[in-house]
Design a protein around this ligand. Structure first.
Ligand code: F6P
Length: 361
């Protein structure tokens, strides 16, 4: 009976369980055993297995975990950012565990896919990547598993904070996850009608950040107008801590706007938890299905990408919204996304620069 392996790696993302569910169920129908490895690459190196399929009545079915966890956030297989897998020795040990498997599906973000590419190149293990990262910082795909759920959590949190902010005529700085990518801050700011956005890609110095926020408050609260809330969304990657930013802004405005209060809320890991949205479950299921299909057809060292428009170099799959790219191309595009040289990043920043004046109206 053919067998494949699967693991989830890096920061967990809502929808990872939905991807595992589809992979296990479809594989079971085709008589392919699915073995999960716990806690990402660490569990692979240690050989800690958790089967996702089991033999019943001469055929295969899925284990109870698979159905129970399918709609839940996080990952029931567990995850890690494995320090051991970063070394060639760690990857060799991992490859040895995959003897007798047709291949490995890796569900994760940038670092996990980098590891998957090295594993395929160095050891010949057949590997297929599935993008999962709330940060939406994986190249060649328009979205990744978890992004939509994270944005919905941020939207709800900002709406709630806006209710209390308006009641007291206050300003809030809300920090959202995104160490290297400001995507969550950018996308949520537009969705909630924030007054300002601070993200790493703008490259603002500390004094510039303080002036930007102070100006938003001047504009919002200087006259006794209708405005009762000023909301600024800050990406985690903008290094100044929220508390420091609040203090510096309050110091700058103490004489000009006495009594105006600025508060800060760091949403942190709240953003990464919770049950996946419909969109994430649907994207996860279809990406999982395409990854399984490609692996069973002998493809390797690639990632399945959610891209409804045909892109040069992408291999169209039987799903019109999914194309496959080599992991090498994905990782090149990811680097460009993060260092600002990608056309996608330039477009995002340019679009938000155009919006900047309008947001605070
Ligand atoms: O998964 C991506 C991410 O959520 C980043 O936005 C964040 O900076 C990082 O993970 C936090 O990781 P950890 O939970 O390991 O501290």
């Amino acid at each position: 009976m053919p067998r494949i392996a699967v693991l989830t790696s890096g920061g967990d993302a809502p929808g990872m369980n939905a991807a595992l569910r589809t992979i296990a169920k479809v594989a079971a129908i085709h008589g392919v055993e699915v073995i999960g490895f716990e806690d990402g690459y660490d569990g692979l190196i240690d050989g800690r297995v958790r089967p996702l399929t089991r033999k019943v009545d001469g055929g295969l079915s899925t284990t109870p975990d698979v159905s129970l966890a399918g709609n839940l956030g996080g990952t029931f297989l567990g995850s890690s950012r494995s320090a051991r897998f970063v070394t060639p020795e760690g990857r060799a040990a991992a490859a040895a565990r995959l003897d007798g498997f047709a291949g490995l599906i890796v569900i994760g973000g940038n670092g996990s896919l980098t590891g998957a590419h090295k594993l395929a190149q160095e050891t010949g293990v057949k590997v297929m990547g599935v993008p999962a990262s709330i940060d939406n910082d994986v190249g060649c795909t328009s979205t990744a598993i978890g992004v939509d759920s994270a944005l919905n959590v941020i939207t709800e949190a900002c709406d709630r904070i806006s209710d209390t902010a308006r009641s007291h005529r206050r300003a809030f700085i809300i920090e959202v996850m995104g160490r290297h990518s400001g995507y969550l801050a950018m996308a949520s700011a537009v969705a909630v009608g924030a007054d300002g956005i601070l993200f790493r890609e703008q490259g603002r110095s500390e004094p510039e950040l303080v002036t930007t926020v102070a100006n938003l408050l001047r504009r919002g609260f200087a006259q006794k107008g209708d405005k009762r809330r000023v909301l600024v969304i800050k990406a985690e990657g903008v290094e100044i801590p929220c508390t420091r930013l609040v203090r510096l802004v309050q110091d700058e405005l103490a004489a000009e706007l006495p009594g105006v209060e600025v508060r800060a809320t760091v949403l942190g890991h709240l953003v990464r938890g919770g049950n996946p949205t419909y969109q994430d479950r649907m994207v996860a299921g279809r990406l999982g299905l395409s990854a399984l299909d490609a692996l069973l057809h002998g493809e390797t060292d690639q990632m399945v990408a959610w891209l409804p428009q045909q892109v040069e170099g992408g291999v169209q799959t039987s799903d019109p919204a999914i194309q496959r790219f080599t992991l090498e191309r994905v990782l090149d595009e990811t680097r460009a996304l993060l260092d600002g040289t990608s056309a996608v990043t330039r477009w995002r920043v340019g679009m938000l620069e155009k919006l900047e004046g309008a947001l605070s109206l």
